[in-house]
Design a protein around this ligand. Structure first.
Ligand SMILES: Nc1ncnc2c1ncn2[C@@H]1O[C@H](COP(=O)(O)OP(=O)(O)O)[C@@H](O)[C@H]1O
Ligand SMILES: Nc1ccn([C@H]2C[C@H](O)[C@@H](COP(=O)(O)OP(=O)(O)O)O2)c(=O)n1
Ligand SMILES: [Mg+2]
Length: 194
């Protein structure tokens, strides 16, 4: 019998829109598996692998790491979690056409893609949140110079991906500017039968 395909939702939104925070709430509520592409890349960077320096320079520049690296990390993480029985929240991916192409090539027919959850938030509020997060995150890209570049990448590369899925009516858009609880209450109903 063909192995069951894991359900997948992409979680997208600008830096500081609340992707990681809301994914954690969904994990606690529904026992889903949260995979942050950014976290996986930071782990890979910390491992000192052959790609470590490339990943660091791209992250610091607020650009997007080549999908050959990122999709492989995601696939490995999905397999490590137990492929068929898991339901995955893929956080911060796909962020570019290269990401999307890489995913479709390597993963397209292996998963049951459900929808994109788009956390819509203004740059002002995202900036406030990131600068606050910077006080404790220790991230090399949580600073105003990198953040400006990340916003540009988000507008130029990621928004077109959200628009691509919106044309297929596959985007759930939530106003992410309210409190964590209020945002989660808007998100929760979309995952009850995920
Ligand atoms: N709705 C919210 N209201 C206020 N602060 C938030 C909200 N959602 C997230 N935050 C805070 O903003 C920062 C960015 O949130 P995070 O989930 O890391 O966003 P992203 O993964 O989209 O960058 C974190 O410090 C987080 O605690
Ligand atoms: N699909 C992805 C996701 C993240 N990255 C890199 C570039 C991003 O600015 C950093 C940080 O991503 P992350 O999702 O952790 O950042 P935010 O949670 O949105 O602040 O990682 C990438 O190259 N490709
Ligand atoms: Mg995040």
């Amino acid at each position: 019998m063909a192995e069951e395909k894991p359900a997948v939702a992409f979680i997208l939104g600008g830096p500081g829109s609340g992707k990681g925070t809301q994914c954690q709430r969904l994990v606690n509520e529904y026992g889903l598996v949260h995979l942050s592409a950014g976290d996986l890349l930071r782990e890979e960077r910390a491992s000192g692998s052959k790609d470590a320096e490339l990943i660091e320079s791209i992250i610091r520049e607020g650009k997007i790491v080549p999908s050959e690296i990122t999709v492989k990390l995601l696939k490995n993480a999905m397999e490590k979690n137990g492929w068929a029985k898991s339901k995955f929240l893929i956080d911060g991916f796909p962020r570019s056409q290269d990401n999307l192409d890489g995913w479709n090539t390597m993963m397209g027919n292996l998963v049951n893609f459900k929808f994109v959850l788009f956390l819509d938030c203004s740059e002002d509020i995202m900036t406030q949140r990131i600068m606050k997060r910077a006080e404790s995150s220790g991230r090399s890209d949580d600073n105003i110079e990198s953040l400006k570049k990340r916003f540009r990448t988000y507008i130029e590369s990621t928004k077109p991906i959200i628009d691509f899925y919106a044309k297929q009516n596959k985007v759930v858009t939530v106003n992410a500017e309210r409190s964590i609880e209020e945002v989660f209450e808007k998100i929760r109903p979309h995952f009850t039968d995920f």
